[in-house]
Design a protein around this ligand. Sequence first.
Ligand SMILES: Nc1nc2c(ncn2[C@@H]2O[C@H](COP(=O)(O)OP(=O)(O)OP(=O)(O)O)[C@@H](O)[C@H]2O)c(=O)[nH]1
Length: 303
Amino acid sequence: MAEIETRCGFVALIGAPNAGKSTLLNALVGAKLSIVTHKVQTTRGIVRGIAMAGASQLVFVDTPGIFQPRRRLDRAMVTTAWGGAADADIVCLLVDAQRGLDESNSAILEKLSSSNQHKVLVLNKVDTVKPQTLLELAAILNRAQAFHRTFMVSALTGSGVADLAAYLAEVVPAGPWLYPEDQISDAPMRALAAEITREKLFLRLHDELPYESTVETTLWTTMKDGSAKVEQTIYVAREGHKKIVIGKGGETIKAISMAARKEIAAMAEAPIHLFLFVKVRENWSDDPERYREMGLEFPHDKG
Ligand SMILES: Nc1nc2c(ncn2[C@@H]2O[C@H](COP(=O)(O)OP(=O)(O)OP(=O)(O)O)[C@@H](O)[C@H]2O)c(=O)[nH]1
């Protein structure tokens, strides 16, 4: 009996902040892996999702939103984004159809033109615009860049997502699967747990503070009864920020902890005892160790 030919490849999702990369990744993988919030630049490290489409395994690399870097941390995010794209078999450029072609998209297009990878254009948020606007945008972008294919999707409603997955399944290289069939991510559980807590920080706190904080899982111990003890440290840049994260009478941190614990437990499929600590580390964004934890390359230039 002839063996079915398996395929497997890396697919990078790149695009401007808020284009919907995390939402699309979650729709493709069918599970909540990458964090999704209404704020920009929430994705820092690369989060992978793995989807099976027929005999093909698609390994998605979600990249931080690409924007004009100013601070050292921002530059690290941009470097990591392009690193992820350069290693991939296919690059999907995601464009928010409602926002259309703006400065950040133009910069990405220019950078993409120097690579001869297999490029796919994905116009997202089609639920928000008229078909005529979509067609015009697709024409403009295809004139600017030689895309192999253009897809129009709504990551939010799922419209068009299956067609995109089917196409990717066809064009990834032939080869053995890199991961077991039922595995949806190779990110260690503790990194995903830190992402969940960071998302709760984002949702709970406003303004700039969340951008100046980071979360690390420092301990994950499985207990005899199957539950897990998880300790996480929230690093903030200033003493005043610590007060805000903790809140009056510990209210804020309690709410963050409760929300995070529930979600981590659902992901781990086990009861979780979560302990959060808040530490002030003024220069955490200049410390190479913190970058490694987030899966980012440390930019050695002065910032
Ligand atoms: N209407 C609509 N909204 C969408 C769609 N896809 C994503 N969104 C919304 O757009 C916002 C940004 O989505 P994300 O998936 O976080 O975007 P991202 O590109 O990963 O953002 P960064 O992490 O900042 O780079 C969220 O509020 C999503 O709910 C879509 O197809 N239609």
